[in-house]
Unconditional design. Structure first.
Length: 316
Protein backbone atom coordinates (compact mmCIF):
# COMPACT_ATOMS: atom_id res chain seq x y z
CA UNK A 1 0.00 0.00 0.00
CA UNK A 2 1.64 3.23 -1.18
CA UNK A 3 -0.84 5.55 0.55
CA UNK A 4 -0.78 6.52 4.21
CA UNK A 5 -3.39 7.96 6.54
CA UNK A 6 -3.60 11.71 6.11
CA UNK A 7 -2.41 11.72 2.47
CA UNK A 8 -4.25 14.17 0.20
CA UNK A 9 -5.48 12.40 -2.95
CA UNK A 10 -7.53 13.16 -6.06
CA UNK A 11 -9.94 10.77 -7.80
CA UNK A 12 -8.87 9.73 -11.30
CA UNK A 13 -12.34 9.39 -12.85
CA UNK A 14 -14.25 12.06 -10.90
CA UNK A 15 -13.78 15.68 -9.85
CA UNK A 16 -13.30 14.80 -6.20
CA UNK A 17 -10.45 14.97 -3.74
CA UNK A 18 -9.95 14.35 -0.05
CA UNK A 19 -7.84 12.79 2.67
CA UNK A 20 -7.05 9.12 3.20
CA UNK A 21 -8.79 8.31 6.48
CA UNK A 22 -8.77 4.51 6.37
CA UNK A 23 -6.61 1.72 4.94
CA UNK A 24 -9.18 -1.02 4.28
CA UNK A 25 -6.80 -3.55 2.69
CA UNK A 26 -4.00 -3.65 0.13
CA UNK A 27 -6.38 -2.59 -2.67
CA UNK A 28 -9.00 -0.41 -0.95
CA UNK A 29 -8.79 2.85 0.98
CA UNK A 30 -11.31 5.22 2.54
CA UNK A 31 -11.22 8.86 1.40
CA UNK A 32 -13.03 11.66 3.27
CA UNK A 33 -13.90 14.85 1.38
CA UNK A 34 -15.14 18.28 2.44
CA UNK A 35 -18.59 16.83 3.25
CA UNK A 36 -17.01 14.62 5.98
CA UNK A 37 -18.33 11.45 4.33
CA UNK A 38 -15.86 8.60 3.90
CA UNK A 39 -15.94 6.94 0.48
CA UNK A 40 -14.34 3.50 -0.09
CA UNK A 41 -12.36 3.48 -3.33
CA UNK A 42 -9.76 1.36 -5.09
CA UNK A 43 -6.27 2.69 -4.45
CA UNK A 44 -5.66 2.51 -8.19
CA UNK A 45 -8.51 4.99 -8.77
CA UNK A 46 -6.88 7.89 -6.91
CA UNK A 47 -3.64 9.76 -7.34
CA UNK A 48 -1.42 11.44 -4.77
CA UNK A 49 -1.46 15.25 -4.80
CA UNK A 50 2.23 16.11 -4.73
CA UNK A 51 3.45 19.05 -2.72
CA UNK A 52 0.75 18.76 -0.05
CA UNK A 53 1.93 18.02 3.50
CA UNK A 54 -0.89 16.74 5.76
CA UNK A 55 -1.53 18.91 8.82
CA UNK A 56 -0.34 17.25 11.99
CA UNK A 57 2.09 15.06 10.07
CA UNK A 58 4.61 17.72 9.19
CA UNK A 59 8.14 16.50 9.13
CA UNK A 60 10.68 18.51 11.05
CA UNK A 61 13.78 19.91 9.41
CA UNK A 62 15.74 17.01 10.78
CA UNK A 63 19.48 16.93 10.31
CA UNK A 64 22.08 14.57 11.63
CA UNK A 65 24.52 17.43 12.22
CA UNK A 66 25.16 17.54 15.95
CA UNK A 67 25.78 20.90 17.57
CA UNK A 68 28.25 20.82 20.44
CA UNK A 69 26.86 21.98 23.78
CA UNK A 70 28.67 22.58 27.04
CA UNK A 71 28.46 19.73 29.60
CA UNK A 72 26.27 21.80 31.90
CA UNK A 73 23.74 22.35 29.10
CA UNK A 74 23.67 18.75 27.87
CA UNK A 75 20.14 17.36 28.32
CA UNK A 76 20.05 13.62 28.97
CA UNK A 77 16.32 13.04 29.49
CA UNK A 78 13.21 13.80 27.46
CA UNK A 79 12.03 11.18 24.95
CA UNK A 80 8.29 11.23 24.25
CA UNK A 81 5.60 10.07 21.88
CA UNK A 82 3.35 12.97 20.90
CA UNK A 83 -0.04 12.01 19.47
CA UNK A 84 -1.86 14.76 17.55
CA UNK A 85 -4.96 14.80 15.37
CA UNK A 86 -4.76 15.76 11.73
CA UNK A 87 -6.36 19.20 11.58
CA UNK A 88 -7.98 18.46 8.21
CA UNK A 89 -8.94 14.82 8.84
CA UNK A 90 -9.82 14.77 12.54
CA UNK A 91 -10.44 11.02 12.60
CA UNK A 92 -6.72 10.45 11.93
CA UNK A 93 -4.00 10.75 14.56
CA UNK A 94 -0.26 11.04 13.93
CA UNK A 95 2.42 9.66 16.24
CA UNK A 96 5.58 11.76 16.56
CA UNK A 97 8.74 10.68 18.33
CA UNK A 98 9.89 13.78 20.21
CA UNK A 99 13.55 14.18 21.17
CA UNK A 100 14.08 16.91 23.76
CA UNK A 101 17.54 15.57 24.66
CA UNK A 102 20.97 16.59 23.38
CA UNK A 103 21.53 13.06 22.05
CA UNK A 104 20.91 11.82 18.54
CA UNK A 105 18.33 9.04 18.71
CA UNK A 106 18.47 5.91 16.59
CA UNK A 107 14.79 5.00 16.77
CA UNK A 108 12.59 2.15 15.53
CA UNK A 109 8.89 1.37 15.71
CA UNK A 110 7.59 -2.16 15.25
CA UNK A 111 3.91 -3.10 15.47
CA UNK A 112 2.72 -6.43 16.86
CA UNK A 113 -0.76 -7.52 15.79
CA UNK A 114 -1.48 -10.98 17.18
CA UNK A 115 2.17 -12.00 16.78
CA UNK A 116 2.39 -10.56 13.25
CA UNK A 117 5.26 -8.08 13.41
CA UNK A 118 5.87 -5.17 11.04
CA UNK A 119 8.62 -2.58 11.01
CA UNK A 120 6.89 0.80 10.64
CA UNK A 121 9.80 3.22 11.12
CA UNK A 122 13.57 3.29 11.46
CA UNK A 123 15.64 6.44 11.44
CA UNK A 124 17.75 9.06 13.19
CA UNK A 125 16.10 11.83 15.23
CA UNK A 126 18.32 14.86 15.76
CA UNK A 127 18.51 16.63 19.16
CA UNK A 128 15.58 18.95 19.93
CA UNK A 129 13.51 17.68 17.00
CA UNK A 130 10.61 15.39 16.11
CA UNK A 131 9.72 12.82 13.49
CA UNK A 132 6.32 11.54 12.34
CA UNK A 133 6.60 7.75 12.74
CA UNK A 134 3.05 6.38 12.43
CA UNK A 135 -0.57 7.31 11.66
CA UNK A 136 -3.80 5.57 12.63
CA UNK A 137 -7.59 5.87 12.74
CA UNK A 138 -8.60 6.91 16.27
CA UNK A 139 -11.96 5.16 15.88
CA UNK A 140 -10.09 1.85 15.38
CA UNK A 141 -8.24 2.18 18.70
CA UNK A 142 -9.67 -1.11 20.01
CA UNK A 143 -7.94 -3.02 17.19
CA UNK A 144 -4.67 -1.08 17.14
CA UNK A 145 -1.60 -3.31 17.34
CA UNK A 146 0.84 -3.28 20.22
CA UNK A 147 3.61 -0.71 19.68
CA UNK A 148 7.27 -1.61 20.30
CA UNK A 149 9.50 1.46 20.50
CA UNK A 150 13.29 1.03 20.39
CA UNK A 151 15.67 3.91 21.07
CA UNK A 152 19.49 4.09 21.10
CA UNK A 153 21.32 7.23 22.29
CA UNK A 154 24.37 8.61 20.48
CA UNK A 155 26.62 11.66 20.77
CA UNK A 156 30.11 12.67 19.64
CA UNK A 157 30.67 14.43 22.94
CA UNK A 158 32.24 13.02 26.07
CA UNK A 159 28.92 12.02 27.65
CA UNK A 160 27.95 8.51 28.75
CA UNK A 161 24.80 7.47 26.86
CA UNK A 162 21.85 5.99 28.79
CA UNK A 163 20.83 2.37 28.38
CA UNK A 164 18.78 1.67 25.23
CA UNK A 165 15.00 1.91 25.53
CA UNK A 166 12.66 -0.94 24.60
CA UNK A 167 9.11 0.13 25.40
CA UNK A 168 6.07 -2.06 24.70
CA UNK A 169 2.83 -0.06 24.67
CA UNK A 170 -0.77 -1.16 24.10
CA UNK A 171 -2.83 2.01 23.94
CA UNK A 172 -6.31 2.16 25.49
CA UNK A 173 -9.16 4.64 25.34
CA UNK A 174 -8.23 6.08 28.74
CA UNK A 175 -4.83 7.14 27.31
CA UNK A 176 -6.70 9.64 25.14
CA UNK A 177 -9.41 10.67 27.62
CA UNK A 178 -7.29 13.37 29.26
CA UNK A 179 -7.17 16.99 28.13
CA UNK A 180 -4.75 17.73 25.30
CA UNK A 181 -1.63 19.73 26.15
CA UNK A 182 0.43 21.99 23.93
CA UNK A 183 3.51 20.21 22.58
CA UNK A 184 6.14 22.93 21.97
CA UNK A 185 8.28 21.14 19.38
CA UNK A 186 5.15 20.36 17.34
CA UNK A 187 3.43 23.68 18.08
CA UNK A 188 0.17 21.75 18.38
CA UNK A 189 -2.05 20.38 21.15
CA UNK A 190 -2.01 16.63 21.70
CA UNK A 191 -1.35 13.77 24.10
CA UNK A 192 2.16 13.20 25.43
CA UNK A 193 3.48 9.78 26.47
CA UNK A 194 6.93 9.64 28.07
CA UNK A 195 9.24 6.79 27.01
CA UNK A 196 12.20 7.50 29.32
CA UNK A 197 12.05 8.01 33.07
CA UNK A 198 12.57 11.58 34.33
CA UNK A 199 15.98 12.22 35.83
CA UNK A 200 16.08 11.68 39.60
CA UNK A 201 16.95 14.86 41.47
CA UNK A 202 18.43 14.27 44.93
CA UNK A 203 18.10 17.01 47.53
CA UNK A 204 21.30 16.60 49.58
CA UNK A 205 19.93 18.58 52.53
CA UNK A 206 16.72 16.53 52.76
CA UNK A 207 18.73 13.34 52.42
CA UNK A 208 20.97 14.44 55.29
CA UNK A 209 17.97 15.33 57.47
CA UNK A 210 16.38 11.95 56.84
CA UNK A 211 19.29 10.21 58.59
CA UNK A 212 18.37 11.96 61.85
CA UNK A 213 14.62 11.37 61.68
CA UNK A 214 13.15 8.76 63.98
CA UNK A 215 11.98 5.68 62.11
CA UNK A 216 8.25 5.62 61.49
CA UNK A 217 6.12 2.68 62.39
CA UNK A 218 5.74 0.25 59.51
CA UNK A 219 2.23 0.30 58.07
CA UNK A 220 0.74 -3.16 57.60
CA UNK A 221 -1.92 -3.43 54.90
CA UNK A 222 -4.25 -6.36 55.37
CA UNK A 223 -5.06 -8.58 52.42
CA UNK A 224 -8.62 -7.83 51.26
CA UNK A 225 -11.30 -10.43 50.59
CA UNK A 226 -11.97 -11.27 46.96
CA UNK A 227 -15.53 -9.90 47.14
CA UNK A 228 -16.00 -6.51 48.82
CA UNK A 229 -19.56 -5.52 49.76
CA UNK A 230 -20.07 -1.76 49.48
CA UNK A 231 -23.67 -1.70 50.72
CA UNK A 232 -23.74 0.99 53.41
CA UNK A 233 -25.46 -1.29 55.93
CA UNK A 234 -22.38 -3.53 55.75
CA UNK A 235 -20.05 -0.61 56.45
CA UNK A 236 -21.84 1.45 59.10
CA UNK A 237 -24.37 0.71 61.84
CA UNK A 238 -25.66 4.28 61.87
CA UNK A 239 -26.38 4.46 58.15
CA UNK A 240 -30.00 5.56 58.76
CA UNK A 241 -28.70 8.91 59.97
CA UNK A 242 -26.37 9.58 57.03
CA UNK A 243 -27.09 11.79 54.04
CA UNK A 244 -26.72 10.50 50.47
CA UNK A 245 -23.48 12.45 50.03
CA UNK A 246 -22.02 11.00 53.26
CA UNK A 247 -22.99 7.48 52.21
CA UNK A 248 -21.29 7.90 48.82
CA UNK A 249 -18.15 9.30 50.48
CA UNK A 250 -17.92 6.32 52.87
CA UNK A 251 -18.51 3.79 50.08
CA UNK A 252 -15.85 5.34 47.84
CA UNK A 253 -13.32 5.49 50.69
CA UNK A 254 -13.90 1.78 51.39
CA UNK A 255 -13.61 1.04 47.66
CA UNK A 256 -10.25 2.85 47.37
CA UNK A 257 -8.90 1.15 50.50
CA UNK A 258 -9.80 -2.32 49.22
CA UNK A 259 -8.52 -1.61 45.70
CA UNK A 260 -5.18 -0.29 47.01
CA UNK A 261 -4.81 -3.33 49.26
CA UNK A 262 -5.52 -5.67 46.34
CA UNK A 263 -2.81 -3.94 44.30
CA UNK A 264 -0.29 -4.09 47.17
CA UNK A 265 -0.93 -7.83 47.63
CA UNK A 266 -0.81 -8.36 43.84
CA UNK A 267 -4.23 -9.99 43.61
CA UNK A 268 -5.21 -10.89 40.03
CA UNK A 269 -8.74 -9.57 40.52
CA UNK A 270 -11.24 -8.21 43.04
CA UNK A 271 -15.04 -7.88 42.94
CA UNK A 272 -17.00 -4.93 44.33
CA UNK A 273 -20.67 -5.48 45.23
CA UNK A 274 -22.46 -2.16 44.79
CA UNK A 275 -26.04 -3.22 44.09
CA UNK A 276 -28.15 -2.26 41.09
CA UNK A 277 -30.12 0.64 42.57
CA UNK A 278 -30.14 3.81 40.47
CA UNK A 279 -26.60 3.15 39.21
CA UNK A 280 -24.97 6.20 40.83
CA UNK A 281 -22.34 4.25 42.80
CA UNK A 282 -21.74 1.84 39.91
CA UNK A 283 -21.17 4.69 37.47
CA UNK A 284 -18.75 6.44 39.84
CA UNK A 285 -16.76 3.22 40.39
CA UNK A 286 -16.54 2.60 36.64
CA UNK A 287 -15.42 6.18 36.07
CA UNK A 288 -12.57 5.89 38.57
CA UNK A 289 -11.57 2.39 37.45
CA UNK A 290 -11.40 3.57 33.84
CA UNK A 291 -8.56 5.98 34.59
CA UNK A 292 -6.67 3.87 37.16
CA UNK A 293 -3.20 2.92 35.88
CA UNK A 294 -3.15 -0.43 37.71
CA UNK A 295 -6.50 -1.60 36.34
CA UNK A 296 -6.32 -3.83 33.27
CA UNK A 297 -10.09 -3.95 32.68
CA UNK A 298 -13.39 -4.34 34.51
CA UNK A 299 -16.74 -5.94 33.78
CA UNK A 300 -20.07 -6.94 35.30
CA UNK A 301 -19.44 -9.81 37.72
CA UNK A 302 -21.25 -13.15 37.46
CA UNK A 303 -24.79 -12.10 36.51
CA UNK A 304 -26.28 -15.37 37.76
CA UNK A 305 -25.06 -14.47 41.27
CA UNK A 306 -25.08 -10.67 41.38
CA UNK A 307 -27.28 -9.60 38.46
CA UNK A 308 -25.92 -6.19 37.49
CA UNK A 309 -25.07 -5.33 41.07
CA UNK A 310 -21.34 -6.12 41.11
CA UNK A 311 -18.21 -5.24 39.15
CA UNK A 312 -15.21 -7.53 38.70
CA UNK A 313 -11.86 -5.73 38.34
CA UNK A 314 -8.84 -7.36 36.66
CA UNK A 315 -5.55 -5.90 37.86
CA UNK A 316 -2.24 -5.54 36.01
Amino acid sequence: MKYKLGNFVRFVDEKMEGFVTRIIDEQMIGVTGDDDFEIPVLASKVTYVHGYQPAGATKSNNTTDEKLVTPGEFVKKGVYIGVVTDTRASSVVHFHLINETSFQLLATLTTDKQQVFKGEFAGIIAPKSTENIYSAQLADLQVWPKFIFGVLFSTKQNVEPPAPLAVHEKFKAKDFSTTKKNIPLLNQAGWLIRLDEPELVIDAQKLKESFFESPTEKIVIEKPVSEVDLHIEKLRDDYQFLSSAEIMEIQLAHFHKALDAAIVHQLPDITFIHGAGNGTLRNELHKQLGRHKKVQTFMDARKEKFGYGATKVLLK
